[in-house]
Design a protein around this ligand. Sequence first.
Ligand SMILES: Nc1ncnc2c1ncn2[C@@H]1O[C@H](COP(=O)(O)OP(=O)(O)OP(=O)(O)O)[C@@H](O)[C@H]1O
Ligand SMILES: [Mg+2]
Length: 339
Amino acid sequence: MNTPDIGIDLGTANIVMTYGKKGVVLSEPSVIAYNTCTQRILAVGKEAYQMIGKTPAYIDVVHPLSEGVISDDLLTQCMIREFLMKVCGGQLIKPRIIICVPAFITELEKRAVGDAVMSAGCRKAYLIDEPIAAMLGAGINIGKARGHMVVDIGGGTTDVAIVSMNGIVTSHSVKSAGNQIDRAIMKYMQDRYKLLIGEQTAEQIKIGLTNLYDPRDDVTMTVKGRSIMRGLPDQVEINEMELFDAMEDEIFAIMEAIKKVLEETPPELVGDIHDNGILLTGGGSLLGGLRELIRRTLNVNCILAKDAVHCVAKGTGLAFQKINHLLDGFEGVTVYKYR
Ligand SMILES: Nc1ncnc2c1ncn2[C@@H]1O[C@H](COP(=O)(O)OP(=O)(O)OP(=O)(O)O)[C@@H](O)[C@H]1O
Ligand SMILES: [Mg+2]
């Protein structure tokens, strides 16, 4: 059967899909909206994301994945199925699927991911570790006996790994990533200015104002929300320095995770990392000044992957070409066959 293969990066914040030789064809928030009375799916992706915080009681808008793992099996299955339908133009053609999973998920969680894609109608599903997919997506040859390091900062988790000869040598994962940073900003605004802001506003501040390398107090942004004291709309100015303070603990945790992996890696491989630099992928790797901060703090060069948000998904698409190596060389690959 000659149906195109589909690669999926099933992320906490975004789901990205590749389709055969076309490359990335879908990139949408991992969100689903449904009617709680009739259990009918109302929207997925961008459309559902726009409904967050604006729906009546009978509509629920949820992120069925949290911190990189599946928190609601059924809704995840529905969401994947809806997206697969979009990508396949309405008809499910039993594709082969490679789907990427975070490095630290348990066997049970892996099975839940496998079951989700199988129940969504695929013929065969392969699971691949996120750091491996990230490296493939960035075009790095990981088959050799040389160490390469990747730091993938997503919405739910930051995954740090050192890869050599198609396998993960050392890795560590922390929950300090995009969503936690947004929550830290919300908390800061509440504590310092008694201003309530939503998640989307916090994300906009993070994307628009972050400067982790040399934050200044004369670069500012206006933030709108609701005053806790008066219960009415209000707005305040915050500057780069304040935002740095708000995010500092989360950024520190990310730096510590990178340091931990470097400390636990055999010295020969650490030498390779010094030569090759650290590959940064995921949406969080776009944080202003992050590369410079890592370079200054850890004395290792950083390379931001081209198209950092889609890099992992591109890797899942490219992994089909390496499927034989995947099956006998790669670690942590599970094959689910259509029954
Ligand atoms: N320019 C930017 N600057 C800072 N953060 C950004 C930027 N663009 C996107 N992000 C953040 O990146 C995160 C999403 O990244 P990504 O799509 O890689 O996550 P994910 O793969 O869905 O999550 P995970 O891998 O943890 O399951 C969000 O928290 C988003 O706010
Ligand atoms: Mg991801």
